[in-house]
Design a protein around this ligand. Structure first.
Ligand code: DON
Length: 314
């Protein structure tokens, strides 16, 4: 893969899929319904720090569910595998991301990528008060991104005012002793992490950091201990695209995570990170253009993890 070939591919895919208007904006968080449906950007950052981008890649959007990937890494780093696994499983659900459901037997949420699991993971963040917990979390995100970042306050307020399903899940988990009593603090922290403002380049840098054993390719900063990269990538490989995860694994064959504001993070282990932003979503909450572009990038560059030839196939 030569640099010129990568840039030409991104330009071509942007031209090809810009006219695709299928899908709808997420409206259950009122602030997200105000997004520009035309926004569309693609960015690739390689593990050795080359950057390729096309479209309105400076447009800020909220990270939403993609934050769950990184907060899961933080929980592993702060508590270790055993404690985290005791609270949240690693099993794909086949249900929607916001399903109010726990594992019947263990009472754990199924995995850290559905909302229930993510809220339980967020509740594990260490710190003596909400300010300290947020500081730990935001500095973790900044290690991946490589610069300072802020919360989009209107989105935070919008989600906090309307997040009744998430509150219901938190109460259910409290009932079963899976999270502690400070559920309002945990929910606020969760709504804050989801409202973090990033652009498409940030997204690709975060993906590239995961592809590079947790080390940011531009700053050299270790964002998460490298021993937890395998945990993060295997969970997003099986659970990152929700009830589309099987088809995604079959067609694209790469660990990935989507968010309802239209972001899509794709990791090519050892090689590169891909960020795509386009807010029109399919019925499972995945970006329509994001899925199409990922399928083509994987196919054109032969990136499917189980493609023995690593060559284009039809
Ligand atoms: O909790 C929620 O519903 C949102 N803050 C995040 C959901 C999300 O991004 C699901 N992804 N496709």
């Amino acid at each position: 893969m030569q640099p010129l070939e990568i840039q030409a591919t991104l330009d071509d895919l942007h031209d090809k899929y810009r006219p695709l208007q299928a899908g709808t904006l997420a409206t259950y968080i009122p602030e997200l319904a105000l997004m520009n449906p035309e926004s569309f950007s693609i960015c690739i950052v390689t593990a050795d720090g080359q950057c390729f981008k096309v479209g309105d890649f400076q447009q800020l959007f909220t990270i939403q569910s993609i934050s769950k990937v990184f907060v899961y890494g933080l929980a592993l780093a702060e508590h270790g595998r055993e404690k985290v696994l005791a609270k949240v499983g690693v099993e794909p659900t086949g249900d929607a991301f916001n399903a109010i459901i726990l594992d019947e037997k263990s009472k754990r949420p199924y995995n850290p990528m559905v909302n229930a699991g993510a809220i339980a993971i967020t509740s594990l963040t260490k710190g003596k008060d909400p300010t300290e917990r947020w500081k730990r979390m935001v500095s973790m995100f900044e290690r991946y991104i490589g610069h300072e970042t802020v919360v989009d306050a209107p989105t935070f307020r919008s989600e906090r005012a309307t997040g009744h399903r998430n509150r219901a899940m938190a109460h259910l988990m409290l009932n079963f002793g899976m999270i502690d009593e400070k559920i309002d603090d945990a929910l606020d922290l969760y709504f804050q992490q989801c409202s973090l403002a990033i652009d498409c380049v940030d997204l690709a840098v975060m993906a590239a950091t995961l592809s590079n054993q947790g080390r940011n390719p531009f700053t050299g900063v270790q964002a998460v201990p490298s021993c937890y990269i395998r945990d993060i990538l295997s969970v997003i490989y099986t659970c990152g695209m929700y009830n589309f995860a099987g088809e995604w694994a079959y067609k694209v064959g790469l660990p990935a995570k989507s968010g309802v504001s239209g972001g899509l993070l794709v990791v090519v282990p050892g090689r590169m990170g891909i960020g795509i932003f386009s807010p029109l979503l399919d019925e499972r909450g995945n970006s329509v253009r994001g899925v199409k572009v990922s399928e083509e990038i994987s196919q054109r560059f032969g990136l499917h993890l189980f493609d023995c030839n690593h060559q284009e196939t039809s």
